[in-house]
Design a protein around this ligand. Structure first.
Ligand code: AMP
Length: 186
């Protein structure tokens, strides 16, 4: 099963993608985690993306696409995966279509959380790239560049929306049900 999780920053997408991937026994592929690992290891790529991430901007497509392309070529991804945080731009969608084919994703799961709840969560989790200005910028960049992807995938008939407000365990169950329900309907 090849899934994409989309949601605004603060929706709990990373946490849930990891939990759902574990339950389904497929790879969890997070470009944000991969970039953070590069920054932590002090690699050339890490140095290149550090300031961009701090500002809440997107890393250029060519950098992100090259990294993701290598990752999904790894053996564990052959069994299926959850893409968490990629694609985030129209250019990345085109790149993913080239990698997987335009019918390569089984479904796109959108985690919905209201804006005021997002800001509250982002400011309370205290990650290095979560200052108030950065939070505002990350939300604006998401609305502008990533939200339009939902409509694009909806036209392909593979989008499911899941309410991202509630207890962590409850949301994981909702996600698993939403994914199953779609599978059953096909
Ligand atoms: P995330 O953990 O998914 O919120 O990602 C953290 C940061 O990594 C983002 O704010 C971006 O700066 C960068 N990043 C992660 N994935 C992408 C992507 N697909 N395209 C561009 N930048 C990304």
């Amino acid at each position: 099963m090849k899934l994409l999780f989309i949601g605004p920053p603060g929706a709990g997408k990373g946490t849930q993608a990891q939990r759902v991937a574990e339950r389904l026994g497929i790879a969890h592929i997070s470009t944000g985690d991969m970039f953070r690992a590069q920054v932590a290891a002090g690699t050339e790529l890490g140095r290149r993306v550090e300031a961009i991430m701090k500002a809440g901007d997107y890393v250029p497509d060519e950098v992100t696409v090259a990294m993701l392309g290598e990752r999904i070529a790894e053996p564990d991804a052959a069994e299926g995966f959850i893409l968490d945080g990629f694609p985030r731009t129209l250019g990345q969608v085109e790149a993913l279509d080239r990698l997987l084919g335009s019918d390569g994703l089984d479904r796109v799961v959108v985690l919905d959380v209201p804006e005021d709840e997002l800001v509250r969560r982002l400011l309370s989790r205290g990650r290095a790239d979560d200052t108030e200005e950065t939070v505002r910028n990350r939300l604006a960049v998401y609305r502008e560049q990533t939200e339009p992807l939902i409509e694009l995938y909806a036209r392909r008939g593979i989008v499911v929306h899941v309410d991202g407000v509630g207890e962590i365990d409850e949301i994981t169950e909702r996600l698993l049900r939403a994914i199953d329900a779609r599978a059953a309907a096909e």
